[in-house]
Design a protein around this ligand. Structure first.
Ligand SMILES: Cc1cc2nc3c(=O)[nH]c(=O)nc-3n(C[C@H](O)[C@H](O)[C@H](O)COP(=O)(O)OP(=O)(O)OC[C@H]3O[C@@H](n4cnc5c(N)ncnc54)[C@H](O)[C@@H]3O)c2cc1C
Length: 478
């Protein structure tokens, strides 16, 4: 890796050593994200004000220093790992949140934690729906860069649907604003949407204006269980055909349920042990929720082997706790996981579930699967033991087969995590050569020296071959 020593010295002179760290610990901490694959940078920049980023980028552009921006480093895709060294910009200190209670907007800095934004909005009767499970850790900048989703996607949408405007810096260090704090903006090319999902490769977001909606007055949670996975998916489709839109509709296959049961030492659904479930939440005005309840209970009676409504928020919370535990609990099935956030169109749910049971059989690996049934975003978790060569090979074959099948079924290789490093081998499975060429042209136009998050997206990297750090992150399964 080339050294950027003299550029780093100039950077330190411009921003000072309180902003620019070159200490061993700081470099190590910025060298990896949740993928736990480590590449040491040469300096870590912790901007105190947004303008510091402009200064850093002007120097980086001049001296061709690679720059990787990071929020909290919760990405599982290796997207925030500084593969080419250089400088890491840590956004966590830029975390201001201001709620415009009249306009229904949140004016935030990129390092603000997503759960803090939700709490600030809620305190004023507003609701910011995108809710990645990592929301107590991840930043809104990271969510914008990955176009993060979550359990509310089916009814409310994903991060992109709540971004009114962005501001930040181009690779050259020039300051830009894409849109403003208004609900409408049709003035010129929409580069705001180009930045959303661009994984820190087209510009650095320093602030955003988010759209808020009124807090729903009522919520109702229902747990349902099914004979098998196909019956669960059929039931989900029957519900959507009735034009019922759950705020959350989480499917857990049998293997996921068993993992959650073992981790929590409770039965997810007493009397229905080990059965696939769908956990639903309905929101709206009290009258809307009341009306929906009647329709949904009739649907559950007809389609489920069992159902149980939460009688209180506390009881609903215990049901959701099970769902939140299942992902971490899977590590009892293997010490390595290929966590694939694929999307399947509803019309092909049944074909997909058939494919998945074949994939489990052929690979001989546990592949617990759960996810957001109202938007087709399923988390397929291929579990294996790293030291076992046969299992590692089976996992690689399985992930290839999975990606090809998903695209054949009209779906997507990622619904919320993005490409980063982990999905690079499959970019061309999803996209034709002309599409990849157009993306590269955009990258070259906005970042002609290729300094922003280099090594990501375009060059295939088999991330599962890299050694992983033995570190425990705050969001890891205990
Ligand atoms: C336990 C767990 C649960 C998760 N659940 C979900 C989920 O439900 N839904 C979901 O979508 N994801 C989920 N994720 C993935 C992850 O949390 C998201 O991708 C999140 O958006 C990353 O935010 P971050 O602040 O940690 O960003 P980082 O991981 O630090 O960075 C992610 C990417 O964003 C870029 N980036 C960060 N900040 C900026 C900025 N200001 N400007 C430009 N680019 C920037 C980085 O360069 C990198 O490419 C989960 C992860 C974990 C560990």
């Amino acid at each position: 890796m080339p050294s950027f020593r003299s550029a780093t010295l100039k950077l330190k002179r411009r921003l000072g050593s309180r902003v620019v760290s070159t200490g061993k610990d700081a470099l190590f901490e910025a060298s990896f994200d949740s993928s736990k694959i480590s590449f040491l940078p040469e300096a870590v920049i912790r901007p105190r004000k947004e303008a510091d980023i402009g200064v850093a980028l002007q120097l980086a552009h001049k001296y061709r220093v690679p720059v990787t921006v990071r929020g909290r480093g919760t990405t599982l895709m290796g997207s925030a790992a500084p593969v080419h060294g250089g400088w890491v910009i840590d956004m966590l200190a830029l975390n201001r949140i201001q709620i415009d209670g009249e306009a229904g907007m949140a004016l935030v800095q990129a390092g603000a934690k997503v759960a803090d934004i939700q709490r600030a909005a809620e305190a004023q009767g507003w609701f910011y729906p995108p809710d990645p499970s990592s929301k107590e850790y991840c930043t809104i900048g990271g969510n914008i860069a990955c176009n993060a989703g979550g359990m509310h996607g089916g009814k409310y949408g994903v991060t992109r649907d709540f971004i009114l405007a962005l501001r930040g810096f181009m690779a050259s260090g020039d300051y830009v604003e894409w849109g403003t704090a208004t609900k409408k903006f049709s003035a010129g090319f929409n580069l705001r949407d180009l930045w959303i999902g661009s994984e820190g490769m087209l510009g650095i977001v320093t602030g955003a204006v988010l759209k808020l909606i009124p807090q729903p007055a009522a919520r109702w949670t229902l747990l349902t269980s099914y004979r098998d996975e196909a019956a669960a998916l059929r039931a989900g489709l029957a519900l959507f055909r009735q034009r019922v839109q759950p705020a959350i509709c989480e499917f857990l296959d049998r293997e996921s349920v068993l993992c959650a049961e073992r981790a929590t030492r409770t039965t997810v659904f007493p009397g229905q042990a080990g059965r696939p479930v769908i956990l639903l939440e309905f929101t709206g005005s009290a009258a809307e929720v009341r009306e929906t309840k009647a329709v949904v209970l009739a649907w559950a009676k007809k389609n489920a082997t069992g159902y149980r409504a939460a009688r209180s928020r506390a009881e609903a919370e215990t049901l959701w706790a099970v769902r939140r535990k299942c992902s971490g609990a899977m590590f009892e099935l293997g010490d390595a996981k290929l966590n694939e956030d694929i999307v399947v169109p509803m019309r092909n749910y049944l074909k997909f579930i058939q494919f998945l049971s074949g994939l489990k059989r052929r690979s001989g690996l546990p592949i617990p699967t759960f996810g957001h049934l109202a938007d087709g975003n399923l988390h397929v978790n291929i579990m294996y033991h790293r030291a076992n060569r046969q299992e590692s090979h089976a996992a690689e074959v399985a992930v290839n087969e999975l990606m090809r099948t998903v695209v054949k079924l009209g779906g997507a290789i990622s619904g919320e995590h993005g490409i980063g490093l982990a999905k690079t081998p499959f970019l061309r499975v999803q996209h034709r050569a002309a599409q990849v060429k157009a993306m590269r042209a955009v990258k070259d136009a906005l970042d002609p020296r290729g300094i922003l998050n280099p090594g990501k997206m375009f060059a295939p990297v088999r991330i599962w071959k890299y050694p992983k750090l033995a570190v425990h992150l705050p969001w890891d399964h205990k």
